[in-house]
Ligand binder design. Structure first.
Ligand code: ZN
Length: 395
């Protein structure tokens, strides 16, 4: 596949977030070449008509239950709706909304088995074609290395401290972080005040400093943030990636981001929606995070997009999120909407305006083709000049 006539090219790489690339070749599901010397011999050719190419957004914090269904806010088809909002990869922060799950009576075997079921079922059947990594165990006291072996064997990527009582046995909690790392799993920790569940554990600077997890979840609140003093110390004194979520407190989010920028540590910032949940089901949530960073927190559009893609992918060990040769061809074509400020995607994003999406590709296959059902149409309309097998499954 060839995409040419690209108006703006966003790499997802914070070190060089925008490049003057005008064409892109895709083969075998991967980016094959940027600006290929010849435009002949391709099965499928998309004339981007001056639209922007952006990496598929990575939602680092979702709460799936079973495929496209979640009882949260009575939603079905939510994953496909997020895909049409430009999200191509998601990471579960725990499947805690499973109906009937009694948070007060979860055993090591139960949380491990639940994660095994979800890791395997979501891997066998990608909802709406989205790369949704589920099977994030909700850690409880009393787990052994055998449980972590089972999680790794099931293909899980993350483990989560959410209900775990931190004051009970810090040594055990630290062992969990290490056992996860030993098996290629990453650990994420709920931070801030109590969540909608009513029984999540509070976590601020103190717990993060002795636990040293791989990622601190929703540091601006999910939904309630840690104190300003704790947040400042988490930014200044710790080194781990810090996640910002749509469920959070805007003021705390602004505080964390401007402090990271001032320290030259934007590379630590990652994004998620923390949905479906009490905040709702937000198909355009990943883009709304980008727009918040670019229009309210002083990031350039390229930096904001790189945080939502390359940064978030790297924190979770994914190859996606960067548009460079050899990387998965997960991307979106988009541009400013009629009536939006500015004539380029960069202008629109800097102003905080949602872009219009026409095409979304996952592994080089068009999963949204011609029109997103979640955004207005962009002013510029790409044209598919000839249509090969990669368009067979267009949604
Ligand atoms: Zn969450």
């Amino acid at each position: 596949m060839l995409i040419h006539n690209i108006g703006e090219f966003y790499t997802g790489d914070l070190d060089a977030p925008v490049l003057p690339v005008r064409a892109l070749a895709i083969a075998g599901g991967l980016i094959a070449e940027l600006d290929p010397p010849s435009h002949q011999g391709f099965d499928t050719v998309i004339d981007a008509a001056g639209c922007a190419v952006v990496p598929g957004l990575i939602d680092g914090h979702v709460h799936p239950v079973a495929g496209e269904w979640t009882p949260t806010q009575d939603a079905i088809g939510w994953v496909g709706n997020y895909l049409h909002g430009g999200t191509t990869s998601m990471l579960s922060a725990g499947e805690l909304h499973t109906p009937g799950l009694d948070y007060g009576r979860m055993t090591p075997d139960l949380v491990t088995a639940l994660a095994e079921v979800n890791a395997s079922t979501f891997a066998n059947q990608r909802p709406a074609g989205v790369k949704l990594h589920a099977g994030t165990a909700l850690l409880v006291p009393g787990m052994s290395e055998r449980h972590f072996d089972r999680l790794a064997a099931a293909g899980a990527r993350l483990v989560k401290f959410l209900f775990y009582p931190f004051s009970r046995d810090p040594d055990e909690a630290r062992r969990y972080v290490q056992w996860a790392r030993d098996r290629g799993l990453r650990s994420k920790v709920h931070t801030g005040g109590v969540s909608r569940s009513g029984v999540s554990q509070m976590c601020g600077f103190d717990v993060l400093s002795w636990l040293q997890p791989d990622i601190a979840a929703h540091v601006s609140g999910g939904p309630i943030p840690m104190s300003d003093a704790d947040l400042d110390r988490v930014v200044d004194e710790l080194r781990m990636p810090l996640e910002l979520c749509s469920s959070g407190n805007y003021r705390s989010g602004h505080r964390a981001v401007t402090r990271l920028v001032a320290r030259g540590e934007l590379g630590r910032l990652t994004l998620g929606s923390d949905t479906p949940g009490g905040t709702g089901v937000i198909p355009r949530g990943a883009w709304r995070n980008v727009l918040f960073l670019a229009s309210m927190c002083g990031l350039s559009p390229g930096q904001a997009i790189a945080v939502a893609t390359g940064n978030t992918a790297r924190a979770h060990g994914l190859a996606e999120g960067i548009l460079a040769p050899g990387r998965p061809a997960d991307l979106a074509l988009c541009g400013p909407v009629e009536g939006s400020a500015g004539s380029t995607l960069a202008d629109a994003v800097a102003h905080g305006d949602l872009p219009g999406i026409t095409h979304v590709l996952i592994d080089g296959r068009a999963v949204v083709a011609g029109r997103s059902r979640q955004t207005p149409p962009p002013r510029l309309r790409p044209v598919v000049a000839c249509c090969g097998p990669n368009f067979g499954a267009a949604a």
